[in-house]
Design a protein around this ligand. Structure first.
Ligand SMILES: Cc1cc2nc3c(=O)[nH]c(=O)nc-3n(C[C@H](O)[C@H](O)[C@H](O)COP(=O)(O)OP(=O)(O)OC[C@H]3O[C@@H](n4cnc5c(N)ncnc54)[C@H](O)[C@@H]3O)c2cc1C
Length: 419
């Protein structure tokens, strides 16, 4: 039997009530820990969990940094409609992060990241399904696949290797010809003639409803919610002290799941957490005149479209910028214009605009790890583009890590890969 590090029944505090903090609270509560969650905002309201695209992207096994990414990135930076944005004022500060990002695109590093993401992807749909079933929320998940649509035959052909690599790892897809595309997504611009249907893909009815539904359910099961901002954490003897705006409390262990704000906690503890804000933009059109049955990824444009309870949500992009800067309003206009090209006849007049900061690691792999400096402090953060997708699986893994400090399966997600 592995040595138990944080015994069942111990008190555990989670910092952050986004999808990662809440899924972690569910897993720990079910296991038998006494769980408290700190967040000054209502669950899911403050961070990127609020209005993301709602995809359970379980076949996206590749890190963003793929071989040759530097040339693709340069080309994208010169095109104002391309999905990559790096404001000059923020570029210089991010050079160390970009350097690590480029490093991932090669050899062993690329394979290690793909293996780690495949590990999460293999379980993500089943774990999400199981989590939602347990809390009577299974009607909020649909699993009908996702259409990956390409602008040109050339880019479709270029993508072939990625689809065969996915297939070799058990992720199934099929080619959709022009007829099939217009059958599956009749409202799409008929210039799109090349696509794949990825089977291991789902979507939720509304991302914020998932976070709030789970939070309400675990509250009934005994998880305590503190509407407070945590200012610091420190380890004292056999406990961790949390200081927050109205006082301080002691716990047997603490989990940092504060999305992009996890960086400052890591800094104060002496852990290296190279995470950056990768800001995404979307528009949501309530009662849209366009309907789509399955989620769509416009692969050459870094844009996805999903039908949600709140309306048709279209967006994506990646702006590497300071999380605290106001959103660039110009990008919303561009996304609305592009959306009308993708779906002719789409009315975007009443669209709601949203920008969120993805907490992104250079290798696209989250950190599910014990601190290197403190024995009772853990991280569950850095989920980048796929926090909703991997929340349930990450939470299960973190739970096992609390019980067994030296868990082999968790090594690929350790914070020590950046030391
Ligand atoms: C445009 C866009 C589209 C996306 N689409 C998808 C998708 O389709 N599928 C998918 O899987 N993922 C998607 N993502 C990514 C996903 O949204 C994130 O990976 C995920 O939301 C990260 O969750 P989190 O809980 O780590 O962080 P957050 O949701 O940001 O939550 C962090 C929480 O920590 C709290 N906090 C911060 N500091 C403190 C403090 N000092 N004390 C207490 N609490 C604190 C905050 O208030 C916040 O509530 C998308 C992201 C964007 C931006």
């Amino acid at each position: 039997m592995p040595k138990s590090q944080i015994p069942l029944g111990s008190s555990v505090a989670i910092i952050g009530a986004g999808i990662i903090g809440i899924a972690t609270a569910c897993a720990l509560n079910r296991k038998g820990y006494q769980v408290s969650v700190f967040d000054p905002s209502k669950p899911g309201e403050a961070g990127s969990s609020k209005a993301n695209a709602g995809h359970i992207g379980a076949s996206d096994i590749f890190p963003l940094s793929t071989p040759g990414i530097q040339w693709k990135a340069l080309k994208m930076l010169m095109d104002s409609d391309a999905p990559l944005k790096v404001p000059l004022k923020d570029f210089w500060k991010q050079i160390p992060w970009f350097w690590k990002f480029l490093h991932t695109s090669k050899g062993k590093r690329f394979i290690a990241s793909t293996n780690a993401l495949s590990y999460l992807c293999h379980s993500s749909i089943n774990d999400t399904k199981e989590l939602l079933e347990y809390y009577n929320m299974s009607a909020m998940l649909e699993q009908n696949g996702c259409a990956f649509v390409y602008d040109t035959e050339q880019s479709f052909n270029k993508s072939l290797k990625s689809w065969t690599d996915r297939a070799s790892r058990g992720f199934i897809s099929e080619v959709l010809n022009a007829d099939k595309i217009s059958q599956i997504v009749p409202t799409i611009n008929d210039n799109f003639k090349f696509a794949y249907l990825s089977h291991e893909w789902g979507k939720v009815s509304e991302p914020i409803d998932i976070v709030q539904g789970l939070a309400n359910a675990v509250k009934v099961d005994g998880v305590i919610f503190h509407p407070n901002r945590v200012s610091s954490v420190s380890e004292k003897l056999n406990s961790v002290v949390i200081d927050f705006d109205k006082g301080s409390s002691k716990y047997d262990a603490v989990i940092i799941a504060a999305g992009i704000h996890s960086i400052s906690f890591a800094e104060s503890l002496g852990d290296k957490l190279p995470m950056t804000a990768e800001r995404g933009y979307n528009i949501t059109i309530p009662s849209s005149n366009i309907d789509i049955d399955i989620p769509i990824v416009f692969a050459d444009r870094g844009i996805v479209a999903t039908n949600l309870t709140s309306g048709l949500r279209i967006g994506g992009w990646a702006e590497y910028s300071n999380a605290n800067r106001p959103a660039n309003q110009h990008y919303f206009k561009s996304i609305a214009r592009i959306s009308r090209e993708l779906f002719p006849g789409l009315n975007t007049d009443n669209a709601n605009f949203w920008m969120g900061s993805r907490p992104s690691m250079p290798d696209s792999v989250p950190v599910i790890s014990k601190s290197l400096k403190m024995n009772r402090i853990f991280y569950n953060c850095g989920h980048g583009h796929y926090g909703l997708t991997h929340a349930a699986t990450s939470a299960k893994l973190l739970c096992k890590l609390l019980e067994d400090n030296d868990l082999d399966k968790a090594k690929a997600f350790s914070i020590d890969r950046f030391s």
